[in-house]
Design a protein around this ligand. Sequence first.
Ligand code: DMJ
Length: 608
Amino acid sequence: MQVFTQNLLTSSVKRGCIQCSTGKFLVLLMIGGLAYLVLTHTSPVYSSSDGHVKDVVSKEGDGVTLNGTSRFGRFLRRPPKLPPQLSPDEILSRERSFHKQEKKKAGSEWTARQQSVKKAFIHAWSGYKHYAMGYDELMPLSRKGIDGLGGLGATVVDALDTAMIMDLDDIVFEAGSWIETNLPDRLNQRGQVNLFETTIRVLGGLLSAYHLSGGEQGENPIHKGPKPIVYLENARNLADRLLTAFTSSPTAIPFSDVILRDHSAHPAPDGLSSTSEVSSLQLEFNYLSSLTGDPKYTLEAMKVLEHMKTLPKVEGLVPIYVSPSSGQFNGENIRLGSRGDSYYEYLLKVWLQHRESNWTYLYDMYEEAMKGVRHLLVRKSIPNELVFVGELPFGPNGAFSPKMDHLVCFLPGTLALGATKGLTKEKAMKGNLLKFEDIENLKLAEDLAKTCFEMYSVTSTGLAPEIAHFNVEGNSEEGLDGGNKSSKYVNDIIIKHADRHNLLRPETVESLFILYRITEDPKYREWGWEIFEAFEKYTKVDSGGYTSLEDVTMLPPQKRDKMETFFLGETLKYLYLLFGDSNLIPLDQFVFNTEAHPIPIKGSTKRE
Ligand code: DMJ
C-alpha cells in the first residue's frame, strides 16, 4: 500500500494535477477509498486436503487472473494464511512416505493384475487339457486337438516353464508327467518336423524346464513332476535327431526339415531355408553342450553364424532366404518380419549368452545391422509421425515398402536389451556404460514400442493385426483403417483385408516387458494391461482356451479356432513378468530364446 501511494504521488499524472486543489482532493479521496478496501476485504484461502495452499492462478490470454479476480484485486488482498512452515527435512520425509504409500498401492494393483494373467493361463491350460492333451495345439471352438507341428505335444512343452514361473505346481505336474510318459515314444515314432519350430519350442522348453526345476543343482527338484534329468534326457534325444539337419547338409546351412524316427533330414520343397530359422538355434544347442559336456551341438550350430559372418550383406542387413546347397543368400528381399526377424535377435543374444567368449563378431554384426536398420528401414508415418520399420522387398536399390509385420515388434525389446545389456537404464547411465549408438538404439526402441502399441489401440478390438502398412503418402485409403475412429493414429495405420487376423502373438508384450524392466517407465505396464484386457474380452473361449481372430477391425470379431502354443509359452509369460517383480528371471542373468524360454547366461547364475 505504501509503495502504491508512493508511486501515485510521484507519477507524472499527479505532477500535472497537483497544482490544483481539486486534483489534490481527488487523489486523497482515492487513497482513502483504497485503504478502506484493503482493510475490509478478506481474501479466500484455497487449501487442499493435504493442508497445502493451492496455487489457483490461471493464465487467460495476457491478463493473469486469480480465480476470476484481476491482478489489481490480487495486489490489494491480504496475503493468504499459510500453514506452519515445515523444515526441509520434514518436507522430504512427508514426501517419501507419500511416495511409499503410492508405490505400495500401485504395487498391490500390479500384483492383482499379475494374478489375472495367471488365471488366464489356467483357463488356457484347462481348455487344452480337456480337449487336446498331447496334441500340438487346441482348437478351442471345435474343442479338439490338432497336430500342426509334428505331433510332439508342443503345447505341453511350450507351456511347462511358464507354469513353473507362475508356481502352478499342478500344471507342472500334469505337463511334466506327460513328458516323462509320452515324449520318448513320440520322438521315436513321429515323422517330419521343422528344425526351427521344434528347436525353439520343444528343445528350448525342455532345457528351460530343466534349469527352472533345479536340474543343475542335482536331484532335489524345485517343482512337482519328474526329476529334472527327464527333461534333459528328452532334450538330448531330440537334439541328436535334429542334428541330422546340420550334418546331412553339404554346407554350414542346415536343411529345414527333419524326419525324427529315421534320424534323417531334407531341404524344404523349394530347396531354401529361412535366414531367421537357421540362425535361431544357437542359444539352445549351446546350452545343451554346456549341460552335457558334449561340444557337438555347439559346433554344428555355431558353424551357421560363423558362415553368415562371411556372406555379403547390405549395411549388415540380410535377405530372408539362404540356400543349404550353395550356402549363399537367395534373392534380395530384406525385412525384419517373417523369415528375417530372429536372425538379428540371436546375433545379440548368443553374444550375451557367452559374453566372455571370443564371439564378439556377433555383437559387431548386430551393431552394424541396427545401424543399417536405422539408415535404410526406419521411416515416419503421415500425419502423426509414428516411427516404423519398413521393408526392402527388392533389395537396397528397389522401392521401400511401408509394411511392418507384427513380428517386427520383437525389435524394440531387442534394441533396449542391446543398449544396456540387461541393466536398468539408470544403472547403465550411472556406470557410464551407454555409448552414443546405445542411446540411439534405446530411443528407437521406445519409439517403436509406441508404434507397436498403437497397432493395437487403432483397431476396434484393441488387438493388433498380423500386418500393418503405414501411410507415407498423406492419402489414407478409404475403408482400410483399424476401426477405432477415436485413435489419433487412425489415418497413419492402414490395415489391408488379408492382414486383419490376430494369432495371439507375443512380440509387442515381449518388448513392453523388456522396456519396462530397462526404463522402469510404468507406461509400458499400462499398455500391456490394455492389451491383456483386449485378449480377455475378445479371444477368451468360455469352455476353455483362447482363440485366434479373423478380423481385429470388426465388432464382434470373427474367431479362427486355434490357440497357438506361443500364447502359453510367450504371450502370457511376458505379461506375467511385466506385472511382476523385476527379480524374477532378471535380464542380466537370463536370455530368453525366441520362444520366451529363459536360458541362463553363462557364469551369471548360481544354478547354472
Ligand atoms: C514364435 O514362435 C517365436 O516368437 C518366433 O520367433 C516368431 N513367431 C512366433 C510368435 O509369434
